[in-house]
Design a protein around this ligand. Structure first.
Ligand code: GDP
Length: 460
């Protein structure tokens, strides 16, 4: 990245008024900046690493004191970034913090780009890319489970698994290539059956790791639960009942919810992200039309769909048509407005839909909401979205990296099974190696790095 040699600085704490703020500095100019701006009672300017040093932060030119601070110093190779670095803990006012930062900048640093400290940590091998992604995740975590998952991955739980795959692939390649290189000499070529024995468990382990994506995504973002159905069935009212608050607009005129509305809720320890959608019908306006398209998109990608039927009207042909498109294991049919008609559910068997999970509710009378929650929890459990996800993959990038690895490993497996030439197998294994190394962040393009770090805030 351009400017990698420069010394960077930024405020690492959230903007706002607090007791303390932290201004971070990283790069080889750190000691110069400290000499110019940090005044303490100490006679030395050679700071001990990992120690808090008490003093004042001053304007580098006028030497006016700006704040009373604690300065943490990290010698080269020791801190978060792997570079010589310092963290200035100053008072948490907006004005005083920005004065300290300005002084650091005028003493020779430049403002860091988003995620640049973590980027440098990766470039200096303090962590790999998968760990860097977990740094972002622990900052963004909104549930204890998501924070725990991210912490484990910062500590290397996922990287260990990825590195183990890398090692195995290298071993297979080395054996195979040794036998290619020395075929003219009197060296025993590697037995394909032996290679197969070693390759199969790698493939299985990659497959298992890929399976952790869904639970870890749910841990991070909640179980995406879409409320769908014809207009006016009571989707918005049910969402509000579930949340215990008026989040979604309720109106007696059909077609009120035009865009999707998202709301998060923790129900009995399960983290849900509810999505209220536009009613499914031929839209009367262009805006509503967009809403209906979005609703179908949401249905497609939902973890769970709550299909709301207007119980007062009963199950219509359109309802039946829509429900038939939904997979049973991720659908719950909710016959709402049971205060007006509690028998509508009986119609399910008339249309061969009796195998679907279904409940009866009245959003208005606050009846059946508990059954709705219980049915949702049961569905969540059946789909095993919960549970421990130790060392799980958690980003789309990691998932794609593993999918590529798996594809190439399977190609190698097919070639081995068909007794094809070692060159061909070696090619597939090299592809797999490159994919797994990319997942760890080795030899990735600047473009990929940019994409990962643009998600970060400045100061991280
Ligand atoms: P949506 O279009 O599916 O989101 O439906 P809304 O939640 O906006 O509700 C449409 C209309 O039905 C509103 O007038 C609600 O007050 C009413 N409604 C919603 N749930 C119930 C219910 O359980 N019983 C009765 N009687 N009316 C309801």
């Amino acid at each position: 990245m351009l400017g990698d040699q420069e010394t960077i600085a930024a405020i690492s704490t959230a903007k706002g008024i607090g007791a303390l703020s932290i201004v971070r500095i990283s790069g080889s100019q750190t000691p110069e900046i400290l000499k110019k701006s940090f005044v303490s009672g100490a006679t030395t300017t050679v700071w001990e690493s990992h120690r808090a040093h008490y003093g004042f932060w001053c304007d580098p030119q006028s030497k006016n004191k700006l704040d009373e601070v604690l300065m943490l110093y990290f010698s080269p190779g020791k801190g978060f970034t792997g570079e010589e670095a310092a963290e200035i803990i100053c008072h948490g006012g907006i004005e005083v913090t920005s004065q300290v930062l300005s002084a650091v900048l005028s003493a020779g640093a430049r403002l860091a780009r988003p995620g640049e400290f973590t980027y440098r940590a990766v470039m200096n091998n303090k962590m790999d890319l998968a760990q860097a992604e977990s740094v972002l995740e622990i900052i963004q975590a909104r549930t204890p489970q998501a924070a725990a998952l991210a912490l484990k991955n910062i500590q290397g739980a996922l990287s260990e698994k990825l590195s183990a795959f890398e090692k195995e692939i290298i071993f297979l390649l080395a054996n195979l290539e040794a036998s290619i290189d020395f075929t003219t000499e009197d060296i025993q070529p590697v037995k394909y059956s032996e290679m197969m024995k070693r390759l199969i468990p790698v493939i299985e382990n990659v497959e298992n790791l890929l399976k952790t994506y869904l639970p870890s995504r749910v841990t991070k973002f909640g179980l995406r639960t879409v409320l769908a159905g014809k207009p006016n069935g009571g989707k918005s009212s049910l969402l509000n009942a579930l949340l215990g608050a008026s989040r979604s607009i309720v109106d007696e005129n059909p077609g009120t919810t035009r865009d999707t509305i998202e709301a998060e809720a923790n129900l009995a320890g399960q983290f849900f992200c509810f999505v209220d959608t536009a009613g499914l019908r031929s839209a009367t306006t262009k805006v509503e039309g967009h809403g209906v398209v979005r609703a179908y998109d949401e249905i497609k990608s939902a973890d769970i769909i709550v299909y709301v039927v207007d119980g007062a009207q009963g199950l219509s042909n359109q309802d039946v048509e829509e429900i038939k498109k939904l997979e049973i294991n991720r659908t719950l049919i909710c016959f709402n407005k049971s205060d007006l008609n509690s028998n509508a559910i009986g119609a399910l068997s008339l249309f061969g839909l009796e195998n679907y999970n279904a409940i009866v509710s009245s959003a208005i009378a606050a009846q059946g909401i508990e059954s709705l929650v219980n049915a949702l929890l049961k569905l969540a459990q059946e789909r095993s979205f919960g549970g421990e996800v130790d060392g799980a993959i958690s980003t789309q990038r990691q998932k794609e990296g593993l999918e590529k690895t798996l594809l190439s490993l399977n190609e190698a497996k097919t070639s081995l099974a068909k007794d094809l030439s070692p060159d061909l197998i070696s090619f597939s294994l090299r592809e797999a190696l490159s994919a797994i190394e990319n997942t760890l962040g080795k030899n990735v393009s600047e473009d990929v790095m940019d994409r990962v770090f643009k998600e970060f805030c400045i100061g991280k």
